[in-house]
Design a protein around this ligand. Structure first.
Ligand SMILES: NCc1[nH]cc(CCC(=O)O)c1CC(=O)O
Length: 340
């Protein structure tokens, strides 16, 4: 018996092995398989683990030039053909494009904000004087101190479940290794998107809004990257995942960082939000001790102006003295804490 059934195609998706990276890659893999089925194609997406240098030895990241070290290993795997595509947390991608690669899809983003996970259900105002709050992000530290100068900021690292365990102890993460240490913090600040993807939102005690904490550029968004000459079947499937609104928001936010020439550890918060009236872009540079800040907010009606708006906000901030408020070039070696 002959069959006209086309043979099944396998697409290899390279992924880091952290819980967050695996969750994000799995979501995109399933979305691609659904898109293929809808187009009448038989496609299987296989996850290919790629160990990044950051996973092996965090201290070696400095030698890789800091920023983007996690993404770099995945990008190498796509470029040299070990896999066909990779899913990145967009906020961890350096702004410079990479020769031979293209971001084929920016899916609709999840909640872009940060969240406090604290003991006793405490929100930011409830935290006792001098409470110990963990974050390795100068952006988060600066904005916490702007509101609560009495807090003690503790520099922490590790993946999302490990950081949560510093507040909640072992056991919050049933399926995997968890920090074994006894809880030693009153709270931690994490991206809401990561908590959503890991099913850990029950531990959120305050979801911050833009009045309290502006997120990192592209927080909550994913970038799906493949070779510039990728297979047309793959690129047509990826096109179905692209979300124009999210792309415009991310373009505007990253243009602010580019215009400020901000390093990955600069205390800069930025949020673009598209609604029926257009795109609203809001950005701030905060001194790391939370003593001063400059902020600018502008709206455009045509999304095509997203990048120009980002550059405009950056030059406004520089005009207000952003360069004196904070060290914009700060690029501490990108620690694992900051890498999913
Ligand atoms: N810096 C690490 C990182 N990269 C992406 C996320 C969460 C998901 C996202 O922001 O898209 C996280 C964890 C966190 O910041 O709490």
């Amino acid at each position: 018996m002959t069959s006209a059934m086309p043979s099944s195609r396998t697409i290899r998706l390279g992924t880091r092995t952290s819980a967050l990276a695996t969750a994000q890659s799995g979501t995109i893999a399933r979305a691609l398989e659904r898109a293929a089925a809808a187009a009448g194609e038989r496609v299987r997406v296989e996850l290919v683990p790629v160990r990044t240098q950051g996973d092996v030895d965090p201290s070696s990241l400095a030698s890789l030039g800091g920023t983007g070290a996690f993404a770099a290993a995945l990008r190498m795997a796509v470029l040299d053909g070990r896999c066909d595509l990779a899913v990145h947390s967009f906020k961890d991608l350096p702004t410079a494009p990479v020769d031979g690669l293209r971001i084929w899809a920016v899916p609709q983003r999840d909640d872009p904000f940060d969240a406090l996970c604290a003991r006793n259900g405490w929100d930011l105002d409830d935290l006792p004087r001098g409470a110990r709050v963990g974050t390795g992000s100068p952006r988060r530290a600066a904005q916490l101190l702007l509101r609560r100068p009495d807090l003690r900021i503790v520099d922490i690292r590790g993946n999302v479940p490990t950081r949560l365990s510093r507040v909640l102890g072992a056991g919050v993460w049933p399926d995997g290794p968890l920090g074994v240490r006894r809880p030693d913090l009153d709270g931690v600040v994490l991206a809401m998107a990561g908590l959503i993807r890991l099913g850990l939102t029950a531990h959120v005690t305050e979801a911050f809004d833009e009045d309290v904490m502006l997120p990192a550029a592209a927080q909550g968004a994913l970038a799906v990257e493949a070779r510039i000459d990728a297979d047309p079947l793959l690129t047509s499937l990826l096109a179905t995942l692209d979300h124009a609104v999210t792309r415009a928001e991310v373009v505007a936010e990253r243009a602010v960082m580019e215009g400020l020439e901000a390093g990955c550890a600069a205390p800069v918060g930025v949020l673009a939000q598209v609604d029926e009236r257009g795109l609203l872009l809001d950005a701030a540079v905060i001194s790391v001790k939370g003593t001063e800040a400059v902020r600018s907010r502008l709206r455009i009606t045509d999304l095509d102006g997203a990048e120009a708006l980002g550059h405009r906000i950056a030059s406004d901030l520089l005009g207000y003295g952003a360069g004196d408020v904070a060290d914009l070039r700060a690029t501490k070696p990108h620690r694992p804490e900051a890498g999913q």
